[in-house]
Design a protein around this ligand. Structure first.
Ligand SMILES: Cc1cc2nc3c(=O)[nH]c(=O)nc-3n(C[C@H](O)[C@H](O)[C@H](O)COP(=O)(O)OP(=O)(O)OC[C@H]3O[C@@H](n4cnc5c(N)ncnc54)[C@H](O)[C@@H]3O)c2cc1C
Length: 412
């Protein structure tokens, strides 16, 4: 007989913990909630950065904030600018885990088990979760384990964002603590997309990261060499010590959804398509999702439509074109980014990346970008396949028109 709960959260990372936190202060404080993860996360395994016009999420946690960003293009073109109403925020993973677990530990209806989830089986009115130790059942399962989200297994050459960051401490005051560096393209692209990212936590402390978009993850020494080279070139004679590292791989793909997903299992976080494939940013989507779900969910038996996350169709399309360029014309990405960040206010760019811009604003923005890579991407991703689909039946029905038809059905 499975152990019974009202809600089970499989995966207690960014998504599972954010949802547990929101549920614990929403209407379902009388419902039993089980969190399942291989281990209770506590370490600083990632920094969560996001931008917002509001105060930071989780006010009891220490969140760093920057009112300005800067950008370096490939040939040193530089722009530094305020963010208007926006602030760029960073919440360290260890801080997030600490404040969420402190809250959850005080609540008798929330339970945690350190077990590996093997399988989730959905039925009409409930779902069962099989771990390496037990079987559990709940009315609703929110899953953030990508391997159990029914997504197609990605081929080894799938596009990824991979990065190594150093948390450094310098002897001399070096950084401007009011300005975060979002992208610095002053590095050879080498048939990939490569840039640096720098978050100054104070005049003497920063996270500096070397980020690559490509299918192939490199050996660690490649990222290390680039980081040392960057620091010695742009901060000559810098005396620094590396205090911590941040290593990450984020998939850059657009998950296609099953036509009729099970109603009792809802995928969230990266597993639920909340990671923007062209940037890797997830945290803000996640917090907005959790806030909306818990606000709108007033009948426990019926999930509101907000429980099923979708990125608006036109942003899916824009991401599709940019992902195609990243894969097939990586050398052009730096100049696209330069045109994007030089052509309008940083606040406008952030609003667009947030998928909150208007169509009019997007058209004005696209006007500033180099058109040719996008037109080629549009042709290769949409027009050429449509032309083929249309032409194929014609060739098939009228054998005298084409060579392919004359070869016979066996070769088609
Ligand atoms: C190093 C790094 C830095 C990042 N920085 C940012 C950032 O600055 N801003 C941003 O918006 N996004 C960032 N991201 C993207 C990030 O993935 C998401 O923000 C967030 O972690 C997604 O939450 P999640 O719950 O979907 O995934 P995770 O946080 O990875 O949680 C998934 C959980 O599932 C558990 N799990 C996996 N398999 C099993 C199993 N079989 N059984 C039980 N449990 C299992 C894992 O232990 C994990 O705790 C970063 C990612 C990485 C890797």
């Amino acid at each position: 007989m499975p152990h019974q709960y009202d809600i089970i959260l499989t995966g207690a990372g960014g998504a599972g913990l954010s949802l547990a936190y929101h549920l614990s202060q929403g209407a379902w404080q009388n419902k039993t909630i089980l969190l399942l993860d291989i281990a209770q996360k506590q370490l600083n395994d990632r920094t969560w950065c996001y931008w917002s016009t509001q105060a930071p999420y989780y006010p009891q946690a220490h969140t760093y904030s920057w009112p300005r960003l800067d950008f370096f293009g490939p040939k040193g073109v530089f722009r530094q600018s305020g963010l208007g109403q926006y602030r760029y925020y960073c919440l360290k993973g260890e801080e997030f885990y600490r404040i969420v677990w402190e809250k959850l530990a005080r609540l008798p209806n929330i339970h945690f088990r350190a077990e590996a989830v093997k399988k989730i089986e959905a039925s009409e009115k409930s779902a069962q979760v099989f771990t390496d130790k037990e079987v559990y059942e709940a009315r609703w399962v929110f899953n953030s384990i990508p391997a159990l989200a029914g997504l197609p297994v990605l081929p080894p050459d799938a596009m990824k964002q991979h990065f190594l960051g150093y948390f450094i401490k310098t002897r001399q005051p070096t950084f401007d603590p009011h300005t975060a560096r979002l992208m610095d393209f002053r590095v050879a692209q080498d048939n990939e997309v490569r840039f640096f990212y720098l978050l100054p936590f104070s005049k003497t402390e920063a996270l500096v990261e070397f980020t690559v978009f490509s299918p192939q993850v490199h050996s660690k020494d490649i990222y290390q060499q680039h980081l040392h080279q960057y620091l010695s070139t742009h901060y000559p004679r810098l005396d620094y010590e590396i205090q911590e590292e941040e290593w990450g791989i984020i998939p850059m793909h657009q998950p296609s959804r099953p036509a009729s997903p099970p109603k009792t299992v809802i995928h969230i976080g990266t597993a639920g398509g909340m990671t923007k494939p062209t940037t890797g940013y997830t945290f803000r989507n996640l917090q907005e999702y959790c806030a909306q779900l818990t606000q709108k969910w007033d009948d426990f038996e019926v999930l509101p439509s907000e429980a099923y996350y979708f990125s608006p169709a036109r942003f899916y399309f824009y991401d599709q074109l940019l992902l195609h360029i990243i894969r097939h014309r990586p050398a052009q990405v730096a100049s696209i980014m330069q045109a994007l960040f030089m052509g309008q206010s940083f606040a406008s760019v952030l609003r667009f990346l947030d998928e909150k811009s208007t169509l009019r604003h997007e058209m004005q923005m696209f006007w500033q970008l180099p058109w040719s890579p996008f037109l080629k991407a549009l042709y290769e991703t949409h027009l050429r396949p449509s032309i083929r689909r249309l032409a194929f039946p014609l060739l098939w029905k009228r054998p005298h028109l084409g060579r392919a038809a004359s070869t016979g059905p066996g070769t088609l």
